[in-house]
Design a protein around this ligand. Structure first.
Ligand code: UDP
Ligand code: MG
Length: 320
């Protein structure tokens, strides 16, 4: 069914963490594009515990418009949490999630809404070209991780971004999902539904700097893998079976030598075996530890974020 006849509102969700340098140009660009939408819109700006002047800028912007909702977290909970909070707060028939730093071209949201209005898609994924300005190590690791992720899970996340349009029924499902960490770009692929990809050239940040560190990337990667697959745990069993075969062969060889009265080869092989199997054991413990930490997060059942302050336009539903 075409959405053009029934749709009433488009929501825009923007996660924001220490973006004072880009917020003025973000507002200018966004409002320019939003004004050309064929439907009314609302903007949900989620301040993910910024320590710079972002919140003050957001407040002053909200004072100028009647369709801005502001959320401020009690501390930095991460982008995934900020997106989730935005999805919970929005009322739109379709929701567009976009980064604050203008690396996601705002003009594309108009195209996304036009496509969605035709009624043939529930999710539109914006897929980015390779970021040629990223450090070589980041490019290599993200390429390697993308390949690994597709191999293991079957989902293509190379080029995937958090710039997406979601139909209301998809948003309702995401809101109900209880995963402690959302991994938005992977989960939206996992959901299925009728989807479509739009491609764009990733631009430079318009100010400020990326919030990612090697450690936070690694953490997101581990979280993504552990929430999508238990394969690493099964691989450990395969590794164990391989080691057992090796141990049996070595054992038989040693026993044969002993029976024939030949001296066992020197310490080198013993030391090597201890080092190899010691490292493998610790590595496997690390894999188990990653899943255990995931389970720990899930069973504790702590809130995924805490809202310190909420500023809604007059007449908005305050019950959420
Ligand atoms: N962001 C956030 N919380 C964080 C880190 C980032 O809300 O802890 C927001 C950030 O303000 C921006 C978006 O997520 O709107 C993307 O962040 P960034 O540009 O640092 O990521 P990159 O584009 O380098 O992947
Ligand atoms: Mg960015």
């Amino acid at each position: 069914m075409q959405h053009a006849t029934t749709a009433q509102l488009i929501s825009l969700v923007v996660p924001i963490y220490n973006e004072e340098a880009v917020l003025p140009s973000l507002f200018a660009k966004l409002y320019e594009k939003l004004a050309s939408l064929p439907l009314p819109f609302e903007v949900i700006l989620v301040d993910d515990g910024s320590t710079d002047n972002s919140w003050a800028l957001l407040r002053s912007e909200a004072g100028k418009h009647s369709n801005i909702k502001l959320l401020r977290f009690s501390r930095n909970f991460g982008k995934e949490a900020a997106i989730l909070a935005g999805l919970k707060e929005c009322d739109g028939d379709a929701v567009v999630v976009i980064d604050a730093d203008l690396q996601h071209p705002p003009g594309m949201l108009v195209e996304m809404v036009d496509i969605w209005l035709q009624g043939d898609v529930d999710i539109i994924h914006a897929v980015k070209s390779e970021d040629r300005n990223a450090p070589l190590l980041d490019r290599v690791t993200s390429y390697g991780f993308g390949r690994l992720f597709r191999r293991i899970t079957g989902y293509e996340i190379r080029g995937a971004t958090d710039y997406k349009l979601l139909d209301r029924r998809v948003v309702d499902i995401l809101r109900e999902m209880r995963d402690y960490s959302l991994f938005f770009r992977g989960t939206t692929l996992w959901l299925g539904f009728r989807h479509r990809e739009l491609y764009f050239e990733l631009g430079d940040r318009r100010g400020g700097k990326s919030k990612w560190t090697s450690l936070s990337r690694l953490r997101l990667g581990i979280s993504a893998l552990t929430s999508f697959t238990a394969l690493p745990l099964h691989l450990m069993t395969v590794l164990g079976a391989g080691s057992l075969l090796f141990a049996l062969a070595m054992g038989a060889h040693t026993f044969y030598n002993k029976i024939n009265g030949e001296a066992v080869e020197g310490f080198t092989s013993v030391i090597l075996l201890i080092l190899i199997f010691g490292s493998l054991t610790i590595l496997c413990l690390g894999v188990i530890g990653a899943y255990l930490a995931k389970i720990h997060d899930e069973v504790r059942g702590r809130p995924r974020y805490l809202i310190d302050e909420k500023i809604l336009p007059p007449g908005a539903d305050e019950s959420r």
